[in-house]
Design a protein around this ligand. Structure first.
Ligand SMILES: [Fe+2]
Length: 234
């Protein structure tokens, strides 16, 4: 049976990270209670390709015209901790438009909404765990966490993997962003190597001449066949 070790979560940021203000109030005050995995959590169906429609992976073709901004390709593979591809799993993204504005009622950033851009896409990975999106590069935006707080350019990702317990919600960043040292969300991942894994790499090989730059972003989910800890003391 698939069991995910607690150690798989070590790269995750703490629930409360002081510089990221909203985590202070929303994080638990008491130590978490570890609950054994249930059979339905491990074997229950997760979202898959049946909810994905052709074209959902191209965020530049969801409206009458093309969105403004720098067209980009974002692709990569979904792997488990043992380096095996995770096929047929749902990858969803959401992002701001090129001006740094989300289509959301609480987004009051005075930057223009693009009527040709919603900012959401999804795709199921293929047999090799691959996914590919076409979109525009999201702009930086202010977020009020502290004085002069700006989020680095980023794309939000949700990846389900084999079960609900392997679902990962993360953000993809772009290489060389000058805002990295000032962003508490990026820095709430305290391990330097783990932070680097959230930054995509520029992919010249898959950049399409005269059309779009390409960025590569591989995603590693919790292991699917990790050996469980032996807790039986009898
Ligand atoms: Fe965001």
């Amino acid at each position: 049976m698939t069991v995910y070790p607690k150690e798989s979560l070590e790269a995750f940021p703490p629930h409360s990270f002081g510089n990221y203000r909203s985590t202070v109030k929303r994080s638990p005050r008491k130590p978490l209670v570890v609950i054994p995995h249930t059979l339905s959590e491990l074997t229950g169906p997760v979202y898959g390709h049946e909810v994905v429609h052709p074209g959902d992976e191209d965020l530049t073709k969801q409206h009458a015209g093309e969105p403004l901004g720098e067209r980009i390709i974002v692709h990569g593979r979904v792997l488990d901790e043992d380096g095996r591809p995770v096929p047929d799993t749902l990858v969803e993204i959401w992002q701001a438009n090129a001006a740094g504005r989300y289509i959301h009622v609480v987004d009051q950033h005075p930057a223009p909404i693009d009527r040709n851009f919603t900012g959401a896409g999804r795709i199921a990975t293929d047999a090799e765990g691959r996914y590919k999106f076409v979109t525009v590069k999201p702009g930086a935006y202010p977020w009020g966490n502290h004085h002069n707080a700006w989020r680095p350019n980023h794309i939000h990702f949700s990846v389900f993997g084999h079960s609900f317990l392997s679902r990962l919600v993360t953000q993809m960043y772009f290489p060389g962003d000058p805002l990295f040292p000032f962003d508490p969300i990026f820095n709430s991942v305290t391990d330097e190597k783990a932070r680097q894994r959230m930054i995509s790499s520029f992919d010249l090989e898959n950049t399409i001449p005269d059309w779009a730059l390409c960025f590569r972003f591989d995603i590693v989910l919790r292991g699917r066949e990790a050996t469980p800890q032996d807790t039986d003391k009898h």
